[in-house]
Design a binder for this molecule. Sequence first.
Ligand code: T4K
Length: 420
Amino acid sequence: MTAMKLCLDDLHLFGGPAAFENTLHVGRPNVGNRDRLFQRIDDLLDRRWLTNNGPYVLELERRIANLVGVKHCIATSNATVALEITIKAAELSGEVIVPSFTFVATAHALRWLGITPIFCDISPPSPNLDPRAVERAITPSTTGIVGVHVWGKPCDVDALDTIARRHHLKLIFDAAHAFGCTYHGRTIGQFGDAEVFSFHATKFLNSFEGGAIVTNDDALAAQARLMRNFGFAGYDDVVSVGTNGKMSEVCAAMGLTSLESMDEFIEVNEENYQHYRRELDGVRGIRLSPYDERERNNYHYVVVEVDESATGISRDLLQRILWAENVRARRYFYPGCHHVEPYRSDPRYAGVCLPNTDRLAARVLSLPTGTTVTKTMITKICEIMRLVTEHSADVNERVRARPETKRSFRDVVEMAAHGR
Ligand code: T4K
């Protein structure tokens, strides 16, 4: 790490040394106890049982079901497949209401199954579905609602549940970010017809790649189990259409090991979040997206909203400045699903207008956190944000004046993708 950034000349964009020698990512994987992991990997190799409902998968499913407080947990190869299986097992068809402000996998899972995602707006300050907009979007073709607990912040579960019951719709939650979080004190995973977690490498709890469906619905769970394994009910006995959504033993071994460090991960994440909160206090126009302290949170995402009218710096310029310092801040979930393909050029979405989604997508920036990020790093990141917002007019002037700093953000992304 380099010395303090005291003036604009210290910024890498204007010729100074980059703040960090190695790239700081938003979501570096949390790794639990390596000895336990290697021991488990040894065991599974000795057993020569590598996938197809092995003992580690069964143990992981049992532990997650207990922790969440549900009857069934079906571990999968990732959350996208888990969503697809859940949507199919719940027999959704026609139109399903989803937020546009989410990772594109939520919408794609529906579209992949020939279902039309109907994008609905969010209700600020929450990044989640606006229940009133959901109710307005219901048509005779609507069969379900897929809510997303964005950044682990719970949806308005009660309101969505009331709407789903009133209109006889299925209710599923994409809880990819929300493992370990609560809504009104109850663990996320217990709600709707089913919920889906992601255990991707970048998630709060990871199994390298992985996901899980959790539900109290016996029939849905049975269907999901069949579908996860090609529809096999037993040897040579295929009873339904299915896919390959199985979690492997090595992934379950990582999942179990991560689970054992869950409290430690939450502690680190919360400390990081609180440190960002202190360090960003008083930085004009930068608002840290808050967690509801009455709930249990995993604090996995540290997100700021950049109000350009107050900072004087656009969100994208701030991101460019941070990337130049080797801080790979991300715009999760810009630009919103309805602005990407195949939805963007589908005439059915031509009139879609989601002002709250557009407004939030234009302001958000996810910042590095997790077990690899130290308080000193956080202080440094915040120091850069404070410096540029305090000298915003000068920053903008310098960017305008120096052609080499005008490089489009697309170029910067391309260069990063090629490791430069
Ligand atoms: N629903 C929601 C709401 C979701 O957010 C997601 C996934 C899903 C459903 C689907 O879940 P899965 O099918 O993936 O289980 C990432 C993840 O690939 C994706 O899982 C995640 N959401 C999404 C929010 O982020 P990218 O393309 O932005 O990831 P990438 O490769 O740029 O990596 C993210 C950061 O972590 C970087 O900052 C680099 C670093 N990294 C990444 C990996 C993979 C590491 O340090 N080590 C690693 O192994 O999508």
